[in-house]
Design a binder for this molecule. Sequence first.
Ligand SMILES: *Cc1c(COP(=O)(O)O)cnc(C)c1O
Length: 353
Amino acid sequence: MKYEFIKRENLKEKPHGELGFGKYFTDYMFSMDYTDQVGWHDVKILPYGDVNLNPATMVLHYAQETFEGLKAYRGADGKVYLFRPEMNARRFINSNKRMCMPIVPEDLFIGAIEELVKVEEAWIPEKEGESLYIRPFMFANETSVGVHVAKTYKFLIIASPVGAYYPQGIDPVKIYVEDEYVRASPGGTGFVKCGGNYAASLIGQAKAEELGYTQVLWLDGVHRRYVEEVGSMNAMFVIDGKVITAPIEGTVLPGVTRDSILKLLEEYGYEVVEKHLSIDELIEAARSKKLTEAFGTGTAAVISPIGELYYKGEKVQVNDFKTGNLTHRLYKDLTDIQWAKVEDKYAWRREVK
Ligand SMILES: *Cc1c(COP(=O)(O)O)cnc(C)c1O
């Protein structure tokens, strides 16, 4: 890939101790610009730093913004890997089409990530469970306050070394079932990874936190009845030995982790059912203990067990607020593939070289 490399004078000092999530950023970022006449141009890797914006920059007013999230891993063999980046590339194309934004071709998207990861190889942490989180994103940077599809865009990739999500073992979380606000509805942008979806859902998150809950379980936008997803994760429920998750029909984000977990479950011999599961059926299954495990899936945590659900004044526990065996097994098997501790039988790893 051809790009301009603008070196910085001094490299930053690497963080010591706990990395947390999204607190530190590497020395460089990838950048390119789009105009409808020229297409993508001004491709470069430059020092990480501020982006200057005119107050009339369209994204600040009309929110044409999309993003992705994936990780680079230091494998057990010392090599550097991405996990299924073509899935992120394709999802980014679908997101941008829905938002009337230009697409980044798959090979350009993956090539840009690989070039940045190569430049920043020293930033990929090596401790157990740590990785380099990669955040590609695009926004409308035309200056205008008239409402229209913008003609110019900026695409950036930044990277952040992140700590192990579960330094003390996998702990279940308490989930608030939101029955007032909705995240997505048919014909909307539920399947799109865009900042606007998060802006509209923060109120549910704030309400949950006020009541002592970590995350929100969203119900469908039409009936407020069928379970869709949890915050920034897809949701799965093990009822009577079957694994149930919401179908990908436009209102749920098609997670890379969701897809990978479903493949592992099939390999284990589980029956996976993608269907509209009503909240009443879910609560009843929890009361009668037919709901044996429940968890969220996403790149940051991989898998996050749900230990308690709160719905309309009632609290129900899942598996006595303990992390279940299936959750443990899925976490181990998926992370073993990501950190190259086992053979890559599904060809999910992509070595960066
Ligand atoms: C990113 C995201 C997910 C999880 O997707 P992964 O590709 O598994 O990280 C789920 N739900 C929402 C709303 C998201 O933004």
